[in-house]
Design a protein around this ligand. Structure first.
Ligand code: SAH
Ligand code: SF4
Length: 431
């Protein structure tokens, strides 16, 4: 989501004449697009802002702008806390950035915008680094209020974008050479529910599976991905869509967060361990080659050893292809921040080590099972490993380094020879 916002920020600035500088020292404007999900992101930002302050002192006409969720979460005190900042804007206000820069440059005070508008950024220019792949926002905000999460506070309520507008954007992208899109929303499985409420008699105009079917009809679009799915709203219609719709990729990111119902309840996630496992069972039954990835939080308040081992056994049972593992980070203003039972840091570190070890072992096993098979790869360019190798991704979102003669944007077949927990390696197959 933040990457996509950054593309829009760059697109909007380039459209009014700004160019990317080679180094911060050379820049007339420094823009920080920020995150507030965990404290670590904030700490990194504060480190970077030290440099911004130094550069501003050196050349006071240089402007400093802070956008994104950190800015939104500090909207009332950002200029008091960071007096060298010229412009602050929320994630919904990217389109106003040029006007804010102008106002701050010519006026007596810093300028900010934090209003909420539905899909304000959808119509803005984006500067995409990749010609063949693109993000497409289908929803903004979130209304789930998981007790650890700051997103509903900073990105506003869940809102779906009209299916015709989404399809029109995807058609434009495909006409410009895009072959793979990733649909973005905090909970894409709830797509259209809010439109149903607003639509009155007409009801939910289209659910997420319906949207996928509509987009599949766009000629030239080879791959559709989406993120994120919420387990509580994962229905059979979506499972069938992944199974049956040709362009929908066989990969699902389904954050579990914990394997303990006790913790899931305190997290306000809306499902139990058993319900999660049952849905994963249905998914593998319908789509045996599915790649399944997840997010897990360690050290949620009052997480006991037995809760943690429930997470470990859930991970084993689900055979995840990959997992993002996070240390719980208390966020001001969220329900969990007030909960008692802080888990000691040494316990968190040990649990984290065990969990990472397990997720890596499972990922490697799943990748090893692909050795000897032929997979479809969308070529992304030269491999970071060098040696003239190419790099691309499978439909299941696995990175492949391979030898071959294809060009960026080609879809090729690759024979897999080696596998690690994070990448596959192989050779381009003929024909
Ligand atoms: N909307 C998505 C993800 C939002 S944030 C979802 O519902 O899954 C991405 C991930 O960050 C979450 O899945 C969660 O695992 C993690 N996260 C969010 N808040 C956190 C916090 N306070 N501490 C640690 N991890 C957190
Ligand atoms: Fe945060 Fe939960 Fe919404 Fe995801 S679903 S953004 S974790 S509140």
């Amino acid at each position: 989501m933040n990457d996509h916002d950054s593309e829009r920020i760059r697109g909007v600035l380039e459209a009014c004449g700004w160019e990317l500088a080679d180094a911060a020292e050379d820049a007339d404007l420094l823009v920080y697009n920020t995150c507030a999900v965990r404290r670590s992101a904030e700490s990194r930002l504060l480190g970077r802002l030290g440099e911004a302050r130094r550069l501003k002192k050196k050349r006071p006409a240089r402007q400093i702008a802070i956008g994104g969720c950190f800015a939104q979460s500090r909207r009332d005190r950002i200029f008091a806390e960071l007096p060298f900042v010229d412009v602050a804007f929320g994630p919904q206000n990217i389109g106003q950035l040029p006007g804010l820069l102008e106002a701050a440059a010519t006026g007596p005070a810093p300028a900010c915008a934090f209003d909420e508008q539905p899909f304000p950024s959808a119509g803005l220019p984006a500067r995409r680094p990749d010609r063949h792949r693109a993000w497409v926002q289908v929803m903004t905000g979130c209304t789930n209020f998981c007790s650890y999460c700051v997103v509903p506070q900073v990105r506003g309520p869940e809102r779906s974008r009209a299916a015709v507008d989404i399809a029109a954007e995807v058609e434009r992208l495909v006409a410009g050479g895009v072959v793979e899109i990733t649909l973005l929303g905090q909970n894409v499985n709830a797509y259209g529910l809010d439109l149903a409420e607003a639509g009155g008699k007409t009801g939910r105009p289209e659910d997420f599976a319906g949207l996928l079917a509509r987009l599949d009809g766009i000629a030239g679009l080879e791959r559709i991905r989406f993120t994120t799915s919420h387990p509580k709203d994962l229905d059979d219609a979506l499972i069938e869509a992944i199974r049956d719709i040709p362009s929908v990729c066989e990969h699902l990111h389904l954050p579990a967060q914990s394997g303990s119902t006790r913790i899931l309840t305190r997290m306000n996630r809306g499902y139990t361990r058993e319900q999660y496992l049952e849905r994963v069972g249905r998914l593998y039954e319908a789509i045996p080659a599915l790649a399944l990835t997840t997010d897990l939080i360690v050290g949620f308040p009052a997480e006991r050893e037995e809760d943690f081992y429930r997470t470990m056994t859930l991970v084993e049972g689900c055979r995840f292809d990959g997992a993002f593992t996070f240390v719980y980070s208390p966020r001001p203003g969220t329900g969990a921040a007030e909960m008692p039972g802080r888990v000691p840091e040494v316990t968190i570190s040990r649990r984290m080590r065990e969990l990472i070890q397990l997720t890596q072992t499972l990922a490697e096993e799943k990748n090893r099972a692909l050795v000897g098979s032929l997979v479809e790869v969308l070529v992304e360019g030269a491999s970071r490993q060098g040696g003239g190798q190419l790099r691309g991704r499978t439909r299941t979102n696995k990175i492949v380094n391979f030898s071959g003669t294809a060009r960026t944007g080609d879809l090729v077949r690759v024979s897999i020879d080696v596998a690690s927990s994070t990448t596959l390696g192989g050779r381009q197959a003929g024909g």
